[in-house]
Design a protein around this ligand. Structure first.
Ligand code: PLP
Length: 562
């Protein structure tokens, strides 16, 4: 095995030198996408500078060069996952498109009413929704496999549920939330007994394990380049040759045909049969560079360092008071999902972001898993081989200081339904736009602005339970949020709001400062975007929180029209 030099590895990722919110970036959102080494970034621009042409079609030297780079990358992928032939490697734009291809080509042409598709509760939406669509189209049914307490697919239930009606089992090699390796070979062995096809979603596994599709012996294996230090917009569908040959095309157009006439069109051989249109050639060239990069560093050496990080991080997280992992035990890869007692997951993520730590909070594109585990969401730290022990220590320290704040929160005021109706009792204590602008002009850094938002959120009186319903819910907010509107006989509006997340309550306070005690005409005339930019909000809030802010404003604008 090659030796792993952490410093030398990390130095190759220029983005890690950046400051975020004026703090050194700690990037712990690698399960969403990994950062890219300089050789991959350069390969992209080098392709455009030296080899750009369309592939397979033109009869000139540059096209031959582009085609050669493109097909060499296919060969690299074939060797990387130990497939038998290049014909088994189809380029797509990501795992999602690969799964849609299988569902619409294999699924739609094979499944019949009453057939069964087996999924598990831990699947990413990308491995659920394409199957729901094909189930609606064909009359097939979806059955869902439960998980063990440590988060793997429960094999004992698989044995009971699988039958001759089952046509395919689709499951993640590793869940993007649980970080657990599913018992792939056992699942495939059972599926084979019933001649059931198998699709393994390798979106997470590809960066953390050595993948050998020959050994795994699945029918389909899918993954995305961007999760393994490669470019976005490039994905792979591996399928067994015979199976791919038997499947109809997914999309139609150039490249996927042998001949076209209005009387009859014949299709190209695999893999081209599934590659209609001009592909992401520069991205695919960069995928070739990605594989070169991993092989040069040594895949196993990378995985071993990650394993060391994982064990350390797990032990450190265990010491955070109130932290609860969403399944039992240490994960198999450095993906940690948890909740913290007394803290909303979005508040934890935004507090970490304010000191430069990028993590993900919410449902992680796995809403059925959240329902299965009976949680509304969680925080996820996902690490890569360019992360360090020091970054873990700093993050754990931040989590510990959050936890202390949570223990001190005792001063929660709830406004009553009667008070909501009674405008005068509520008018006094609420901050004005001038108060908010003054508060923010004192706070220069995002860190301190963030603290002010959280303080505003802490002070916002909570709504009573009966006011939190479908009518008052703010559509488009990532965490649950509600807005209650009342108008007095002079046409003056008063709004009250609430959210599970303190950060959203703070943002609600900022918006309400601009609209409360005003008429519809005054509210409509207020320049909200200018107000947000004066506060320096939009450039710092994540896209989902920025959308949440706009959702609050939309709800107010709709309310004043009624
Ligand atoms: N499957 C899993 C397990 C994932 O983690 C992801 C992305 O997070 C996907 C599928 C979808 O991948 P992509 O967005 O690259 O198509």
């Amino acid at each position: 095995m090659k030796s792993f030099s952490f410093r030398q590895f990390r130095q190759q990722f220029p983005i890690l030198e950046n400051l975020v919110n004026a703090k050194p970036l700690i990037y712990f959102d690698n399960a969403a996408t990994t950062q890219k080494p300089i050789c991959v970034i350069n390969s992209h621009s080098q392709y455009y500078q030296t080899a750009n042409a369309n592939v397979h079609r033109s009869s000139h030297a540059l096209s031959a060069k582009a085609t050669s780079v493109f097909e060499q990358a296919r060969t690299k992928v074939k060797n990387f996952i130990n497939a038998e032939s290049e014909k088994e490697i189809i380029w797509t734009k990501g795992s999602t498109e690969s799964i849609n291809l299988i569902a619409q080509s294999w699924g739609r042409s094979t499944l019949k009413a009453g057939d069964e598709i087996l999924l598990s509760y831990s699947e990413h939406h990308a491995n659920i929704v394409p199957w729901q669509i094909v189930a609606q189209q064909t009359g097939a049914k979806i059955k869902v496999l439960p998980l063990t307490t440590t988060g793997q697919i429960d094999l004992s239930v698989l044995e009971q549920v699988i039958s001759e009606r089952t046509k395919i089992v689709c499951f993640a090699h590793i869940s993007n939330v649980l970080g657990r390796i599913n018992p792939v070979s056992e699942i495939i062995k059972i599926a084979k007994k019933y001649q059931v096809k198998t699709l393994v979603d390798g979106a997470q596994a590809i960066a953390h394990l050595t993948i050998d599709v020959d050994k795994i012996d699945c029918d389909f294996y899918v993954f995305s380049a961007h999760k393994m230090y490669g470019p976005t917009g490039v994905g792979v569908l591996y399928g067994k040759q015979e199976l791919l040959e038997s499947m109809p095309p997914y999309q139609a157009g150039g490249e996927m045909i042998k001949s076209v006439s209005f009387e009859q069109t014949t299709y190209n051989e695999i893999p081209h049969k599934f590659e209609a249109g001009t592909p992401n050639i520069a991205g695919i060239a960069a995928m070739g560079a990605t594989i070169n990069f991993i092989e040069k560093q040594g895949g196993e050496a990378i995985h071993e360092y990650e394993s060391h990080l994982k064990q350390y991080c797990y032990q450190q997280l265990l010491s955070v008071q109130g932290l609860k992992f969403i399944v039992d035990g240490e994960p198999d890869i450095p993906v940690f999902s948890f909740t913290i007692e007394g803290q909303h997951n979005h508040d934890v993520a935004s507090a970490l972001d304010s000191v430069g730590i990028a993590v993900r909070s919410g449902h992680h594109c796995a809403m059925p898993l959240m329902q299965y585990l009976n949680i509304s969401g969680c925080i996820r730290l996902s690490l890569s081989a360019y992360n360090s022990i020091e970054e873990i220590d700093f993050t754990v320290k931040q989590l510990k200081s959050l936890n202390l704040t949570a223990a001190n929160v005792t001063d929660i005021v709830t406004v009553s339904s009667k008070e909501i109706k009674d405008l005068d009792t509520l008018t006094d204590s609420f901050p004005s736009v001038n108060d908010i602008v003054a508060l923010f002009s004192k706070s220069k850094s995002w860190d301190s602005k963030h603290r002010e938002i959280m303080m505003l959120g802490k002070k916002l009186p909570r709504l009573p339970v009966q006011e939190k319903n479908g009518n008052t819910l703010i559509a488009g907010c990532e965490s649950h949020a509600w807005l209650v509107c009342s108008k007095n006989t002079n046409g003056v509006f008063r709004f009250s709001g609430d959210s599970e997340a303190k950060i959203i309550r703070g943002l609600i306070t900022i918006v309400l400062a601009a609209v409360n005690n005003k008429t519809a005409a005054q509210i409509a005339a207020f320049d909200m975007e200018n107000y947000f930019s004066e506060l320096g909000l939009l450039q710092h809030l994540s896209p989902s929180r920025g959308n949440g802010l706009r959702a609050i404003v939309n709800k107010i604008h709709n309310a004043i029209k009624l």
